[in-house]
Design a protein around this ligand. Structure first.
Ligand code: WT7
Length: 566
């Protein structure tokens, strides 16, 4: 029996107060995610239960109980206070998937700080943009990443402390402080900052079409949705061994890689390494993983290896599979039935939504290729892109729109109220994704309504890539678009017009690719650069990425009446 039971029964009289009751939360009282994920689980008698089983690629392993989470997050919270950090200040986590990242997240929240997780593969420009925007006061990092922080430190006057979690080695520099979790004093008692429902908790940066990335601001009350969706969609049950593939640099890795499982008192395994078929299967086999939250790109990579490899491992412990981040194609669902005897359950949401909003819950018949139906308490529809009125006709494509007000919804974009407000039309939050609804109420994803590139489930903003390209001495103008890719769905392709005196050639192409990889990240690095004489522009001089994108996808170009006529 699944936790949710009957979807239709749950829809009747659904109220989020159900989750409040289960969590023992009463309106107006303090609510702190760090406390709920550790102290409360200990109070429920689960102090000695394993919370985190951590492994690196080579198999080095560490295990932490819920009591360890409680005490060590106290230790981190107390250390941050000793450094003079104050509630409400932004504290960044810039680390690989090491235990300090997970426990540090709880520690920051416990002392009332705002956790700002950033993907550790980010290069110095990606990092600078986000730290500068948030006026971040401190950053947790590792030796291997500290050089990137040092390079931009002069441009970050607000950054007071760089906390290095593996400090052995050459002496640390200005503003740097070493912190070793395994040697730090275990702080048994800590007074958790009395954050309340609307106190800011997590700041996740996400990319849009225009301008630099924006910080989606979440609050402690998000716990209500994250707890219940983890329980009903991921179906987490007391004896489960849960594995989420996502890195906490992205929202899946915090909402469902930290908050969802731990607020439910569930043991999770973390693998500090990227994709590798055999390593992944052996992890499932060794720890007897039962619930697995993955992503379509990973599933497509596993499909490529075939069922033969899957059969070489004992994967019989698996009982429930979910997916997020990109369209889950019907073939992937059908393949997972064949390979694991289970189907992947698609789930749809965004950094802004904070928790799963449209999904296939366990008891719901899956229509392969569909994202499923709204989670109870979520009112979702398809609206006309011009009038923002719901489209009543089944199969007509429009924009996914959500009625604001569920607990985990973002509260603003950091320092950018105007853009936040522009997301609401006619009483709906407009997701920026196109989809249709069928007559059974299932949602079918079509594509994004903007120029953001979704590569392997990671959003990359074209503006950020284009700005970085312009910093290269040879580049006069540029446009970045997604081009189709079998595994990653899309990869970045850049169109570049060179400055006079520069000739297009393979060396220059490689040099520019590497330039972007270093400045931004491997995800943002163009897989292809096409050198062009000029770029298609509107009469007002705006580059029309739409035309280039259509060319890559072999789609009709659409209305180009505003195109510059030369
Ligand atoms: C965008 C949000 C949701 C957490 C991870 C990404 C795309 C997400 C699906 C899905 C098709 C999906 C959308 C969305 N997306 N889930 N199940 N099917 N597309 O969070 O980085 O904010 O990305 O990812 O385009 O808007 P994010």
């Amino acid at each position: 029996m699944s936790n949710i039971g009957s979807y239709t029964d749950r829809l009747k009289d659904f109220d989020w107060s159900l989750a409040e009751k289960e969590l023992g939360y009463r309106a107006g009282e303090p609510i702190n995610i760090g406390w709920y994920c550790s102290d409360r689980i200990c109070q429920m008698g689960l102090a000695d239960k394993k919370a985190l089983i951590w492994e690196d690629f080579h198999g080095a392993s560490k295990t932490y109980t819920f009591d360890d989470l409680r005490v060590l997050s106290n230790t981190i919270a107390a250390s941050l206070q000793e450094l003079g950090l104050k509630p409400g200040e932004r504290i960044c986590l810039f680390m690989d998937r090491v235990p300090e990242l997970y426990i540090g997240f709880l520690g920051i929240l416990k002392m009332g700080g705002i956790a700002q997780p950033l993907f550790s593969a980010f290069g110095e420009d990606s990092l600078l943009t986000r730290l500068d925007n948030a006026k971040t006061a401190a950053i947790f990092t590792q030796r291997k990443h500290v050089a990137k922080v040092r390079k931009i430190l002069a441009q970050l006057p607000e950054m007071r402390h760089i906390i290095v979690v593996d400090p052995d080695g050459p002496p640390l520099r200005e503003r740097e402080v070493g912190f070793r979790l395994d040697q730090a004093k275990r702080v048994e008692q800590f007074t958790v900052h009395p954050t309340t429902a609307e106190t800011p908790s997590v700041l996740h940066y996400t990319s849009g079409t225009t301008g630099q990335p924006k910080g989606a601001q979440h609050v402690h009350y998000s716990l209500i949705s994250q707890y219940l969706t983890a329980k009903w969609v991921l179906d987490l049950q007391p004896n489960d061994l849960y594995w989420c593939n996502a890195d906490p640099g992205w929202v899946t890795g915090t909402s469902y890689g930290i908050i969802g499982p731990w607020s439910n008192g569930i043991t999770q395994v973390v693998l500090d390494s990227g994709f590798n078929t055999e390593r992944w299967y052996s992890l499932i086999q060794k720890h007897r993983v039962t619930v697995w939250y993955s992503a379509p790109t990973a599933i497509r990579l596993l499909m490529r290896e075939g069922t033969v490899v899957a059969r070489r491992f004992d994967l019989s412990s698996l009982r429930h599979l979910c997916s997020v981040g990109e369209p889950l194609n019907a073939e992937a669902v059908l393949w997972s039935r064949e390979a694991y005897g289970l189907q992947f359950h698609d789930s749809y949401w965004q950094t802004e939504t904070g928790s799963i909003v449209i999904t296939n819950v366990p008891e719901m018949p899956i229509k392969p290729g569909s994202m499923g139906k709204p989670f109870p308490g979520i009112e979702a529809t398809i609206v006309d892109p011009k009038t923002f009125e719901p489209i009543d006709q089944p199969a007509r494509v429009g924009l996914i729109a959500l009625r604001p007000g569920w607990p985990a919804m973002f509260r603003t974009y950091w320092n950018n109220r105007a853009t936040y407000e522009s997301k609401f039309k006619n009483g709906w939050y407009i997701s920026g994704d196109r989809a249709s609804l069928d007559s059974d109420g299932y949602f079918w994803f079509v594509g994004r309504d903007d120029d953001v590139i979704n590569t392997g489930g990671h959003l990359v903003g074209p503006f950020e890539i284009e700005s970085a390209l312009l910093e290269h001495p040879a580049v006069a103008e540029s446009a970045a678009v997604g081009k189709p890719d079998h595994v990653n769905m899309e990869v970045v392709k850049a169109f570049v017009a060179l400055k006079p005196g520069f000739e297009p050639n393979g060396d220059l192409e490689l040099e520019i690719m590497n330039f972007i990889r270093k400045k931004l990240s491997p995800l943002a690095m163009p897989q292809e650069i096409e050198f062009v004489k000029s770029l298609p522009k509107t009469r007002s001089g705006k580059i029309m990425r739409r035309v280039l994108r259509a060319q890559e996808w072999g789609e009709p170009i659409g209305d180009i009446s505003t195109l510059e006529d030369d």
